[in-house]
Design a protein around this ligand. Structure first.
Ligand SMILES: [Zn+2]
Length: 150
């Protein structure tokens, strides 16, 4: 698990919702800044539901080839209504999957952007890896008597 991605997903970001059907703020989301605070509706003053942004990696691989983002949270039914996934096309074989649930995101475009940011944070070590496969290929070509331009 990448610390940075873990911090991003478990950032303490959360949204509070009033579940009092007679309140004018019923099911309206309010972003909470601190993880340890409860949520009291500022209109009816009742306790509401808190939904935390959270994520976890499934699988034992170092890298993730897919981020699944659940978004468009419905506080009344306590379910996420939509899901999208982002894949890292550089990874040819199946790696781990990272699942992110976020009440902060409402649209498909936002969800895809968040997925790409989390993917980049987790897979950033890929950028520093020597490309062994390419080096072997070039070495193999040279050993066969070919010249390569790079
Ligand atoms: Zn209320």
């Amino acid at each position: 698990m990448s610390d940075k991605a873990d911090q991003m997903a478990n950032s303490g970001r959360a949204v509070g919702y009033c579940l009092n059907e007679r309140c004018s703020d019923f099911a309206v989301g309010r972003v909470l800044v601190r993880r340890d605070e409860g949520f009291n509706c500022s209109r009816c003053e009742r306790y509401g539901r808190i939904e935390y942004e959270r994520g976890r990696k499934l699988g034992a691989f170092e890298f993730v080839s897919e981020i699944q983002v659940e978004f468009n949270y419905d506080p009344v039914r306590d379910v996420y209504l939509e899901r999208t996934s982002v894949r890292d096309e550089r990874l040819l074989t199946q790696q781990s999957v990272y699942k992110l649930k976020t009440p902060m995101v409402q649209t498909q475009i936002e969800a895809a952007n968040v997925g790409r940011v989390v993917m980049a944070a987790i897979n950033r070590k890929l950028e520093r890896r020597p490309r062994l496969r390419n080096l072997q290929t070039r070495a193999a070509l040279l050993s066969e008597g070919w010249q390569t331009l790079v």
